[in-house]
Design a protein. Structure first.
Length: 206
């Protein structure tokens, strides 16, 4: 793709680094910004810069937040003894949209995937184990995707917290095998949380 301006070329190259954005789509983004008022471009760039500079991760659950503790963990009406383990913020958002879960979350920041060079040490697993060891947790709900990597992560966590006397459950498999939580409809996802099953039952079936 030939450009008449080095500035446009540089902007296109930056936009095209976004997931699912090719050079043609990136060019449409750039031309759209050029047609807008200068203040709109300034607001866009300011939002991106603030995102990188000011974003925080919750000290308690590792969710993305504007403060050191996210609104969910800071809410006194949430059940801090019930923890839903998820892969990332997209899963938190998907479950919150159901309005059916009133506990707290623990965001791993990914799942175990040796092919991608992601091991247990790269995830927020030890902090979860520390929570369980503190004796304040009554139930851990595994809500990772039903992929091979998700199931591997579930089993690793289950073995790590097995010595402790808590309930370990997993979401009911209304979610098709291999599907990501963020793509599940709210009713299906909500029911899978409500009708969760003991994780040990899944091990017997496996």
């Amino acid at each position: 793709m030939e450009f008449s301006s080095r500035l446009i070329e540089n902007a296109v190259n930056e936009f095209s680094q976004l997931p699912g954005v090719g050079k043609k789509t990136a060019l449409r983004f750039v031309l759209h910004l050029l047609r807008k008022e200068e203040s709109a471009s300034e607001s866009f760039s300011d939002a991106v810069l603030r995102l990188r500079k000011d974003i925080c991760f919750c000290n308690n659950c590792h969710n993305i937040s504007d403060k050191e503790m996210c609104e969910i963990c800071a809410n006194p009406h949430r059940d801090a003894s019930t923890i839903c383990v998820v892969q990332d913020i997209r899963d938190v958002m998907a479950i919150e949209n159901t309005g059916l879960f009133r506990g707290q979350y623990h965001v791993l920041g990914g799942i175990i995937s040796p092919m991608d060079g992601v091991g247990p040490a790269n995830l927020n697993i030890e902090t979860l184990v520390n929570k369980v060891a503190s004796g304040s947790i009554r139930e851990i709900i595994m809500a990772l995707s039903s992929t091979m990597e998700g199931e591997t992560t579930n089993f690793y966590i289950y073995k790590k917290i097995a010595p402790y006397d808590i309930t370990v459950s997993t979401i009911a498999r209304g979610i098709p095998i291999g599907d990501e939580l963020e793509y599940a409809d709210e009713i299906t996802l909500g029911r899978s949380i409500q009708f969760r099953i003991p994780y040990s039952n899944q091990l017997v079936r496996s």
